[in-house]
Design a protein. Structure first.
Length: 68
């Protein structure tokens, strides 16, 4: 049960962080999203894979080591 509470809290934090740019500067986000829509799909795929790898590495470091 504690794991579910932790997971839901993490999802809440992610939603808050995702919403901040839209609240702070919606015009800039619209411009950025237009540029993103025009980007090459292969470039977006590579960026997504790099972000995925960084997230997995961060999770591994925080859960399996004593570095943090």
């Amino acid at each position: 049960m504690a794991a579910m509470k932790y997971l839901l809290s993490l999802i809440g934090v992610v939603l808050i962080l995702e919403a901040l740019p839209y609240v702070a500067c919606p015009e800039a986000m619209q411009k950025w999203l237009r540029q993103l829509a025009e980007a090459n799909p292969n470039v977006l795929r590579v960026i997504g894979l790099l972000a995925l790898g960084a997230g997995l590495l961060l999770c591994y470091i925080t859960q399996r080591t004593n570095l943090l």
